[in-house]
Write a protein that binds this ligand. Structure first.
Ligand SMILES: NC(=O)c1ccc[n+]([C@@H]2O[C@H](COP(=O)([O-])OP(=O)(O)OC[C@H]3O[C@@H](n4cnc5c(N)ncnc54)[C@H](O)[C@@H]3O)[C@@H](O)[C@H]2O)c1
Length: 345
């Protein structure tokens, strides 16, 4: 284990991505998105993804140049084509535009097509919450969940995040409709660990504790047909409404180094002040959090957490104490650093 500050990791990732051909502004956006995940304790979507991002840039399967363009725009809606550039670049552009337009129209939705892996959905909804708005973000991703009743993967582990501001930490739900995100299997495999039963099924449809076998099979949806239904609807928003790819027509981040991924996203910002005064909303969310946290705890439960509370607290703690990087991920970063002439110190 090695410990780094968020700033050290951000600067390292920005330099590497810039040397890989990304503009300094876009490199800083991607780096911030990755490091935010590590700060929040979502290591599966942090700097451990830098390696595959670089491999795809090197293979020419992700555009280095910023080709993000607005296809159509009205006061409360935006359709964006990300031009196959890095996921966080098109996604950040779309959420920033939603926040800007929601301040006028009251709310704004933006679809993004022809994009790539965008990291955590919470990264974008927290932007809206910081601006005193409600944020919603979803993305589709390579098929890894079977529709209820089948063993064939059709939908991705398409995550949904919703965030609201409070008087203190924002309340941030960020969840894949599978028991866990695929990133947790990828990280477990990288660290040589097994996974708990109930996370994944092998290609034979049987439960597995081997992350490599789970990666070849499917991930278990939450709540059976309900998780499967949620994954389908996220794909309808991100793949169908955006005019992009859906279901098995998306290509795999790791297995396909020839074709663009074809990822789609959707974002929404809602200006709270158009409904109730922002301060009233903030204080009522804080009241709700306090009431929930004060409820009777089940045996063995030491604290009740609001959605995102664990991640936001960890974020504050790691900003102060630093981020511990596993030996496997550190070795990967060192190898990348040597290749691009950037040292991580
Ligand atoms: N870009 C992509 O293609 C992609 C695909 C899938 C998932 N993801 C990301 O992967 C990350 C992990 O997803 P996940 O589904 O494994 O998340 P998770 O299961 O770790 O957490 C889901 C939600 O539950 C909340 N939670 C967890 N423990 C809690 C507790 N004890 N009490 C109250 N709330 C609690 C968390 O705050 C979070 O909001 C997310 O950031 C998601 O956006 C990205």
């Amino acid at each position: 284990m090695r410990c780094f500050t968020g700033e050290q990791l951000r600067s390292y990732c920005t330099q590497v991505l810039t040397r890989a051909g990304i503009s300094p502004t876009d490199a800083a956006t991607v780096a911030d998105c990755l490091v935010d995940a590590d700060l929040s304790g979502v290591e599966s979507h942090g700097v451990s993804r830098l390696s595959i991002y670089l491999q795809r840039l090197d293979a020419g399967v992700v555009e280095k140049e910023n080709r993000v363009r607005v296809l159509s725009e009205s006061p409360a809606a935006l359709a964006v084509d990300a031009g196959n550039c890095m996921g966080a670049v098109g996604a950040t552009f779309a959420m920033k535009k939603c926040i800007e337009k929601a301040a006028q129209a009251g709310s704004c939705w933006a679809t993004v097509k022809s994009s790539n892996h965008f990291g955590t959905a919470a990264y974008y909804t927290k932007m809206a919450a910081s601006a005193g708005m409600i944020g919603i973000a979803m993305t589709n991703v390579t098929a890894k969940i079977a529709p209820w009743g089948s063993s064939d993967a059709y939908m991705g582990t398409n995550p949904i995040s919703i965030a609201v501001p409070s008087e203190g930490l924002p309340v941030v739900l960020d969840m894949a409709p599978s028991v866990v995100a695929m990133g947790k299997l990828i990280l477990a495999q990288k660290l040589g660990k097994s996974i708990p039963e109930g996370w994944a099924l092998g290609p034979d449809g049987k439960p597995t504790t081997d992350p490599a076998v789970g990666r070849k099979g499917t991930l278990v949806p939450i709540g059976g047909p309900k998780g499967s239904g949620l994954a389908i609807f996220v794909d309808i928003f991100c793949g169908v409404l955006s005019g992009g790819e859906f279901g098995p027509h998306l290509n795999d981040l790791y297995a396909d180094m020839v074709n663009p991924q074809g990822v789609g996203h959707i974002f929404c910002a809602i200006d709270i002040s158009k409904f109730v005064p922002l301060e009233t909303f903030r204080s009522r969310i804080s009241q709700m959090s306090e009431e929930i946290k004060a409820l009777h705890k089940n045996p063995g439960v030491s604290e009740i957490f609001m959605p995102g509370e664990i991640e936001c607290r960890r974020h504050a703690e790691r900003l102060e104490k630093g981020i511990e990087i596993s030996d496997a991920v550190y070795a990967e970063l060192q190898e990348i650093g040597a290749r691009y002439g950037v040292s991580l110190s």
